[in-house]
Design a protein around this ligand. Structure first.
Ligand code: FE
Length: 247
């Protein structure tokens, strides 16, 4: 399927990227990536997106895993393109909902009734076991949300980076993997300068991410960084002057 990309598959552990857009809104819509990590009979859904993407996303989880086997739904932050369908997922799946403690009480405004379903992340992040491996929630506060986390999957060595590394691309048809880092930067620059709060935060996040062996960075918008481009992106982001540095 053209809106599904297998990022990692070793036969036991699998990471899939989805690109479900609202086609009717193609002109005004910001292209969004959703992610599913599966190991054996268990799954973690990452940033499943808005209500307009829910039906397709639900069908995809059902097809690859079974919604009843969804163990966690993780939200990097509170934005509508990330968490807009939180109420739908809470009703339709047994999953625990993972989001920064800063945002849990706001989720009722998206229609989430049962706040006990939320596993609120503390500011320093958390590590959870997943199958034979682990998932680390790495703090990414103020990049851009004040309560924001990125996810490191220890088995695939992918960082699911939310809005960090996000490229503003009108549709998914351009490319899914970066082939020319320098030209891709032109799609990142304006977004990161305006949405990211400042260099003290970008530097701290890069420092934390470098503690892990990272093969891929998968943002919520735009294309995937692989291999050498991971290093190039971290070097760029580490020294970026943005937000308060330039306002
Ligand atoms: Fe956002």
């Amino acid at each position: 399927m053209e809106n599904e990309t297998i990022l990692y598959d070793d036969g036991v552990h699998k990471c899939i990227m989805f690109s479900f857009d609202d086609e009717e809104q193609a002109e005004s819509y910001l292209a969004v990536n959703q992610f599913l990590i599966i190991q054996n009979n268990s799954g973690i859904l990452i940033d499943p997106g808005s209500q307009s993407a829910f039906d397709e996303m639900y069908d995809a989880v059902e097809r690859h895993l079974g919604v009843d086997k969804l163990k966690y739904v993780f939200y990097s932050h509170q934005d509508p393109d990330v968490a807009g369908s939180i109420a739908e997922w809470s009703v339709s799946s047994p999953a625990k909902i993972i989001i920064s403690g800063l945002w849990s009480r706001f989720m009722s405004h998206y229609g989430l009734m049962d706040l006990d379903r939320i596993m609120a992340l503390p500011d320093q992040g958390a590590k959870i076991n997943f199958g034979e491996n682990y998932i680390q929630f790495i703090p990414a506060h103020f990049l851009h949300s004040p309560g924001n986390f990125t996810v490191y999957d220890s088995r695939s060595k992918i960082v699911f980076s939310g809005d960090i590394g996000a490229a503003v691309m009108p549709t998914h048809n351009i490319y899914k993997e970066i082939t020319d880092f320098e030209s891709h930067l032109t799609l990142l620059e304006a977004f990161h300068k305006r949405y990211m709060a400042g260099n003290n935060f970008t530097k701290k996040w890069v420092h934390n991410v470098r503690k892990y062996e990272v093969d891929m960075i998968a943002p919520q918008h735009g294309a995937i960084f692989k291999g050498e481009d991971v290093k190039k992106f971290l070097d760029w982001f580490e020294t970026l002057q943005c937000g308060g540095d330039i306002m």
